[in-house]
Design a binder for this molecule. Sequence first.
Ligand code: GTP
Length: 357
Amino acid sequence: MDAVMLVGGQGTRLRPLTMSAPKPMLPVAGVPVTAHMLARARDAGITRVVLATSYRAEVFEEHFGDGSGHGLELEYVTETEPLGTGGAIRNVASRLRSGADEPVVIFNGDILSGLDIGALVERHITADAAVTLHLTRVEDPRAFGVVPTDPAGRVTAFLEKTPDPPTNLINAGCYVFRRSLIDTIPAGRPVSVERETFPSLLAAGVPVVGYPDDTYWLDLGTPAAFVLGSRDLVTGRMPSSALPGPVGDRLVLPGSTVATDAKIGGGSTIGAGASVGTGARIDGSVLFDRASVGAGAYVRDSVVGREAVIGNGVVLENVVIGDGAVIEPGNELRAGARVFPGAVLGAGAVRFSSDRA
Ligand code: GTP
């Protein structure tokens, strides 16, 4: 069975982290988001995955190569201009080997999910659907477009955000398409599956089936979700066979240096070659490779980019520090502040900020 992974988005909500690396290549619990997804695909019996790339396309092949190191056969297709989710699926059609009536599994590359992929495909086949969508339940559906279904599980509408949604089921970003349907998506122009393809299939009376599933699910699109997802992998809430080492309250990657009296917990990850100084506290956070955190600093619910330097005694709460940025001592950043790659915050420049620096 063929699978397609969509990894070409700009990841604007995760800036400035995505200025240095595309979102699906950002490390969560020590390995790229895509590596967790590929491991799930492989564990479900998928042997070949076509990666639909666009933004920063080259880094995927550099990292994953032909896939043999991951037990998969990988192919790459790069768009000359971003084609959106539907356009990207159409653009890989010529690489698919499935027969016209056979299923093709499509994944968004920025989702952590415990979905049983085999069960989704099974549902697709037994329902004789054209498309089957994984649906997940959210607590507050007002922030999402929702996907109501009839009692037989057929999707009845794709509704935009509304103050009074009729269901709490949303599109979870994993689909099974009947192969022949992919050829009907218009070629050579941007197409959104969510806004164009799915609604037009419904309008044409084509059977689109929803598959609600309540296992772990998280869209890693925002900084808050990114740290949460990394934490959930480290603490074992979200299982993954791609984890690089023993996990528990923290994941400390080889080559890092952590002072014996530093306190690291809450599912934090300390990247390879990173360092944490004496008396520092790292809680529920992600330090990318070669980041350094000085003595007595406090880092909570934050992401510290590669080679970023956090000075002694600095406080970071709920912030994103871009690669190579330097935060000198005497700074306190909180509440969604984002520091751009390579920026230098001089000593005591910011006591409290939710702005971008
Ligand atoms: P934001 O800009 O923060 O919304 O992130 P994004 O660009 O990743 O968009 P979104 O989260 O809606 O994308 C869903 C999935 O589709 C992600 O896995 C993206 O990598 C992927 N994707 C989005 N647009 C494109 C595109 O034009 N081409 C390809 N190949 N993939 C895309």
